[in-house]
Design a protein around this ligand. Structure first.
Ligand SMILES: Cc1cc2nc3c(=O)[nH]c(=O)nc-3n(C[C@H](O)[C@H](O)[C@H](O)COP(=O)(O)OP(=O)(O)OC[C@H]3O[C@@H](n4cnc5c(N)ncnc54)[C@H](O)[C@@H]3O)c2cc1C
Length: 296
C-alpha cells in the first residue's frame, strides 16, 4: 500500500503521541510511515531525563511509547541531531512532512546578581544531571554544605527539593545516575529550603506532589501553619476557592499540622520571598530575599 513518509524530530512524549495519531490515520487509502529522529542514543525525552527517578509510575508512560515504536512502519533513528547531522531542507526533500517535536530544555534565568556563582544551578541542568542525560554528566555539583535552597514553587522545584532532602537509599533501586547517587550518598545537605515568590494560594504545585511530602520516610517537611491559614482567608475572600487551589491549600495545611518524625533531614516550604542577590566568595554562600505582601 502507498504510504506518506513522515519524519518526526524528537523522541519525547510530543513526538510519540504525534506518531500515535498518525498510526491510526489514513488519507485517501494511504497510511503513514514514520521515521523518528532523536539526537540522543536513547528515546523518551524528559520522561527519561526530567521526571524524577523516585516517580517510576509516571515514567511508566514509556510502555505506551514502546507500543507505538513496535507498530509496522515505525523506525527510531538515534544519535542524529537536526541542525548538526541533518538539515531541515534535507529532511523536507526526503519526506512528505516533517514534524518538529524537540521540546524546550532552556532554563529561565533569575536575572539577579550572583546567579553565575559556582553551585548556583538551574533545574534545567541539575535535573538531567541526576537523570543520567549524557550532555549533563560533567555538571559541577557540590553537596558539601548542610543547607540547600531551591527557588520556585512548581512541581520541578518540589522534585529537586525532594531529591536533595530524601535519604538517598530511597533512590538506590531507581534509575538515578550512579554518579549522582554516589554524590547524594555523601551529601552533607540536611536542610532544604524551598522559596516561592508569591503566596501559597498562587503556587504552581499540584496537590498529589504536595500530599506525598509528609509520607517521606526519612525527612520531616515543614510549612508555617499561619501562612497557610492567611492564604486560605485571602483565597476565600474572593469567593469560592477554585478546586485545584483548595486541594493545594488543604495539602499544605496537612503538611503544616502533620506529626514530625524528629529526623535530621528537613525540607521547609516558604512563600512571599523574592531572591534579590546570591552572595559568596567564588561560590554560593548566602541568598538575600525580599519579603512580599499580597495586596488586593
Ligand atoms: C524536571 C521535570 C519533571 C517533570 N515531571 C513531570 C511529571 O511528573 N509528569 C508529567 O506529566 N510531566 C512532567 N514533566 C513535563 C514533561 O516531561 C514534558 O511536558 C514533556 O516531556 C514534553 O515533551 P516533549 O516531547 O515536548 O519534549 P521533550 O520531552 O523534551 O522531548 C524532546 C526530544 O527531542 C530531542 N531533541 C531536541 N533537539 C533535537 C534535535 N535538534 N534533533 C533531534 N532531537 C532533538 C530531545 O533529546 C528529546 O528527546 C516534567 C518536566 C521536567 C523538566
Amino acid at each position: 500500500m502507498a504510504e506518506f513518509r513522515i519524519a518526526i524530530i524528537g523522541a519525547g512524549p510530543a513526538g510519540y503521541f504525534a506518531a500515535q495519531a498518525l498510526q491510526s490515520a489514513e488519507i485517501d487509502g494511504k497510511k503513514f510511515a514514520i521515521d523518528m529522529i532523536e539526537k540522543l542514543p536513547t528515546p523518551w525525552g524528559l520522561v527519561r531525563s526530567g521526571v524524577a527517578p523516585d516517580h517510576p509510575k509516571i515514567k511508566s508512560v514509556s510502555k505506551v511509547f514502546e507500543k507505538i515504536a513496535t507498530q509496522e512502519g515505525f523506525r527510531l533513528v538515534g544519535n542524529v541531531e537536526l541542525g548538526r547531522d541533518i538539515s531541515l531542507k534535507e529532511l523536507e526533500e526526503m519526506y512528505d512532512a516533517v514534524i518538529i517535536a524537540t521540546g524546550s530544555t532552556v532554563g529561565r534565568k533569575l536575572g539577579i546578581p550572583g546567579e553565575e556563582l559556582a553551585n548556583s544551578i538551574s533545574a534545567a541542568d541539575f535535573v538531567p544531571w541526576y537523570n543520567a542525560h549524557p550532555e549533563y554528566k560533567n555538571l559541577e555539583v557540590d553537596f558539601s554544605d548542610q543547607v540547600a535552597v531551591v527557588i520556585g514553587a512548581g512541581n520541578v522545584a518540589i522534585d529537586v527539593a525532594r531529591m536533595l532532602a530524601l535519604n538517598p537509599k530511597e533512590l538506590d533501586l531507581t534509575d538515578t545516575a550512579q554518579y549522582a547517587l554516589d554524590k547524594l550518598h555523601n551529601s552533607a545537605i540536611r536542610e532544604v529550603h524551598l522559596f516561592g515568590r508569591r503566596g501559597p494560594e498562587h503556587a504552581a504545585f499540584t496537590s498529589p506532589e504536595l500530599r506525598e511530602l509528609p509520607k517521606l520516610e526519612y525527612t520531616d517537611v515543614f510549612i508555617d501553619k499561619g501562612e497557610i491559614s492567611a492564604a486560605q482567608q485571602r483565597a476565600g475572600s474572593a469567593g469560592e476557592i477554585p478546586k485545584d487551589i483548595k486541594a493545594n491549600l488543604e495539602a499544605m495545611a496537612a503538611i503544616a499540622t502533620a506529626d514530625k518524625k524528629g529526623v535530621d533531614r528537613k525540607l521547609s516550604l516558604h512563600f512571599l520571598s523574592t531572591p534579590l542577590e546570591i552572595k559568596g566568595e567564588g561560590r554560593v554562600e548566602e541568598i538575600i530575599f525580599s519579603i512580599n505582601e499580597v495586596k488586593d
